[in-house]
Design a protein around this ligand. Sequence first.
Ligand SMILES: N[C@@H](CCC(=O)N[C@@H](CS)C(=O)NCC(=O)O)C(=O)O
Length: 215
Amino acid sequence: MYQLYYSPRNASAAVHWLLHDLNVPYELIRVDRKQQQQKSAEYLKLNPSGRIPTLLIDDQPLSETAAILITLCERHPEQAKMPALVSPDRSKFWQWMMYLTNTLQNELMVYFYPHTTDSNGIEAIKQAQVVRLAEILTLIDRELSHHTYLVGDTLTACDFFLFLLGYWCLALPQPLTEYPNLTRFMRLMAKHPSITAVNDIEQFDLDCDIFTFID
Ligand SMILES: N[C@@H](CCC(=O)N[C@@H](CS)C(=O)NCC(=O)O)C(=O)O
């Protein structure tokens, strides 16, 4: 049995979509960020970083979105959300999972939560991040020009993670539609049954302009 500590549209959403997609039983436990519940003594016992998500696997806590996604793929190999060990795509899966978590996600965090001792420096950090994120999105866009999903033409757990991070990118000043392949990917994923199925809980705006086709 799985229990996911989540907050809507947070990093936990990638895990939520994968849990639904794997068709395994799970329970959701909402962490109230307005009350800073992720910093409560009770939560810190499960996840000392005070971040969301945490997944309990048979009562054992696991944190870090990428680690949780990979662990779930490993525990449910029959659902093939990670390329098989013998597949050349296996190492690409690792490459992109790492890139999403330690580069795209991380740089987005610096953009959304810039830290500096110089109060005049905040805007400079954000502007630098816009440039850095444009480089990252260009690279991902180029990769998506070769195939349907991030790791070839079969959906993997990386795609749930990329959809989430791509959604966060909608808040950047540069429109995501400047990346045509990423836009195509976002539109495809917005219709994925596991994403739409849990949207009453996650409340992503799947009707927003970027997801609308103009034929
Ligand atoms: N590297 C972590 C980052 C998780 C993270 O920063 N989560 C955010 C929500 S998207 C959070 O918990 N923010 C609340 C806080 O920092 O207090 C992961 O991927 O699990």
